[in-house]
Design a protein around this ligand. Structure first.
Ligand code: CA
Length: 238
């Protein structure tokens, strides 16, 4: 779960934030002193920073600028005055969002979640490969056919991923072997046939058409993913 670094000098606010963020499933780290913010950021490697504007020894604007010089970690600035917000935005210090005190911890959790989703979504798009009803999540290492998860071995995963990336095209056994194991040894190409057989079985059990991986004789294999996954009841009849 994501780690939130709280840079805030008021213990009461820190307590409320920690309580709500941890209840929402985040882990937290706390810094009370502005001068400790950067060392703590380097040490904790948080996924997001809640950064108070007015801190002892170093102010939030300065800290934000310093972090932005070498990191794109999401930063939510916290300020006690709403007119400070305009100033912050005008300064273009690179924060992702702003919260005005007094706030409810619940509101902060919602903002944290929204910023993390936005950042994660932007990165996440490249982690998902889709082919019809087939969805391969390369970050989570999971595959779904419609609503059904496909539990795959690592080799099966790599092979299916390669086929999905090149949907409709024929890939040779050597190409698939290279995808699955990083290198294509001559003589090992027949092991691909066994992986394909296992994949088809798993697709059938998940209610999909086993023939979605087609054998192209003398050449290799081709994926033609269905637009919709078959209803789950069909998996028992197949
Ligand atoms: Ca403060």
């Amino acid at each position: 779960m994501a780690k939130i670094l709280i840079v805030e000098d008021e213990p009461q606010i820190v307590r409320g934030l920690c309580l709500y963020l941890e209840r929402a499933g985040y882990t937290t780290a706390v810094v009370y002193d502005g001068a400790q913010a950067i060392p703590s950021f380097r040490h904790e490697k948080p996924d997001l920073i809640l950064l108070d504007l007015n801190l002892p020894n170093r102010d939030g604007v300065d800290i934000c600028r310093a972090i932005r010089r070498d990191s794109s970690v999401p930063i939510i600035m916290v300020t006690a005055r709403s007119d400070e917000m305009d100033r912050l935005i005008g300064l273009e210090i690179g924060a992702d969002d702003y919260i005005v005190k007094p706030f409810s911890p619940r509101e902060v959790v919602a903002r944290v979640r929204a910023v993390l989703r936005r950042v994660g979504g932007a990165m996440g798009d490249t982690d998902i490969v889709r082919a019809g009803a087939l969805l391969v999540d390369t970050a989570a290492y999971r595959v779904w056919l419609g609503d059904s998860p496909l539990p795959l071995t690592q080799s099966e995963f790599e092979i299916l991923l390669a086929l999905a990336k090149h949907e409709g095209q024929v890939l040779s056994r050597a190409q698939l072997l290279e995808e699955a194991q990083g290198i294509a040894y001559e003589g090992y190409e027949r092991s691909i046939d066994q992986h394909i057989k296992n994949l088809r079985n798993k697709i059938r059990k998940a209610g999909g058409p086993p023939k979605m991986i087609e054998t192209v004789y003398g050449v290799g294999y081709r994926l033609e993913a269905p637009i919709d996954a078959a209803p789950k009841e069909n998996s028992h009849a197949a």
